[in-house]
Write a protein that binds this ligand. Structure first.
Ligand code: IPM
Ligand code: MG
Length: 356
């Protein structure tokens, strides 16, 4: 079978890490007899520079015609001065919406080999953690009405959050089903003591809990959740939350795994075509230096094999190769603490070597 993969290399370290993941996929193709074809499309600052807009029409059409899409990262200081609508980040929101990717899965687990990198206290680290954050991705305050107006104190800006029953039900369903396949524990995170959207969210999650008697479901306020994630991360299995809370909590969760350079993500909609990307950004400070950790993007490719192509064995082979490379002590600079480290290309070579 031939799988058509769209590549959105983007900005900063994006091109380097996407190329690493492509090499790993090519190795998988060779080893397991699949063929992957890759078509690059412009996005973010690179697209602004070449076509004057962050998300060209050809990119959207190309992604919609692909079997799946792999993204590096977008943004950088060069484009920071642009207005909201023209920023590289707008392209990311645009492509998520255009592809109907309302689910964002962000797994955060503590690798035994990276325990020393976890900034938490030893007794907390000893317990380990393995969490999946299910973040709503095409609604909420990211997509609500916004603008400028003259208010009581003169010039003001506003953003609004809206969530419909349909949007809450479909993301909650993904979360319940994800929990069902794991440790059957779901924590729904909201701010129901203040926000109306959260109160509707909570009510619907409670209604749906009746259909999933095998899943233990509880609520947690987002401020408490931010605290619990560093106090006792082992208590979490699956977390479901809104677009903005998920954005914030997933960065927090990544930091306690040791390095944001490790965390992949999958953005999914109603069909199997997804968008896979590391959760970290474009790291302009190390761009083009062959220093970036490619693991988050390589693990994103592994998620693609699983969720878009149903290639579980091939996906697991990548995850296992990464595990073994880490267990054998190989590190990129972000995890080397000043000790000798592998470059982006060398780390990729290692992972490919371990796939054999
Ligand atoms: C993420 C990023 C994006 C988001 C930005 C770059 C728009 O932080 O994927 O977490 O907020 O969703
Ligand atoms: Mg983020």
């Amino acid at each position: 079978m031939n799988y058509k993969i769209g590549l959105l290399r983007g900005d900063g370290i994006g091109p380097e890490i996407v190329d690493s993941a492509v090499r790993v996929l090519e190795k998988i193709g060779e080893k397991y007899g699949h063929s992957f074809s890759f078509t690059p499309y412009l996005i973010g600052g690179a697209a602004i520079d070449q076509c004057g807009e962050p998300l060209p029409k050809e990119t959207v059409e190309g992604c919609l015609a692909s079997d799946s899409v792999l993204l590096g990262a977008v943004g950088g200081p060069k484009w920071d001065g642009l207005s909201g609508d023209k920023r590289p980040e707008k392209a990311l929101l645009g492509i998520r919406a255009a592809m109907g990717l309302f689910t964002n899965l962000r797994p955060a687990k503590l690798y035994p080999a990276l325990k020393a990198d976890c900034p938490l206290r030893e007794d907390i680290v000893a317990q380990g953690f393995d969490i999946v954050i299910v973040r709503e991705l095409t609604g909420g305050i990211y997509f609500g009405d916004r603008g400028y107006r003259t208010g009581k104190y003169g010039e003001e800006a506003f953003d609004t959050e809206a969530y419909s029953r349909m949007e809450i039900e479909r993301i909650a369903k993904v979360a319940f089903e994800t929990a069902r396949k794991r440790n059957k524990k779901l924590t729904s995170i909201d701010k129901a003591n203040v926000l109306e959207t959260s109160r509707l969210w909570r009510k619907i999650v409670h209604e749906m809990a009746a259909d999933y008697p095998d899943v233990s479901c509880s609520d947690m306020l987002v401020d408490n959740a931010a605290m619990q994630l560093v106090r006792n991360p082992a208590q979490f299995d699956v977390i479901v939350t809104s677009n903005m809370f998920g954005d914030i909590l997933s960065d927090e969760a990544s930091q306690i795994t040791g390095s944001i350079g490790m965390l992949p993500s999958a953005s999914l909609g109603d069909n199997t075509c997804g968008l896979y990307e590391p959760i970290h950004g474009s790291a302009p400070d190390i761009a083009g230096q062959n220093k970036a950790n490619p693991i988050a993007t390589i693990l994103s490719a592994a998620m693609m094999l699983l969720y878009s192509f149903n290639l579980a064995k091939e996906s697991q082979a990548i995850v296992d190769a990464v595990d073994r490379v880490l267990n054998d002590g190989y590190r990129t600079a972000d995890l080397a603490h000043g000790k000798p480290s592998l470059s982006t290309v060398e780390m990729t070579d290692k992972i490919i070597e371990y796939l054999d």
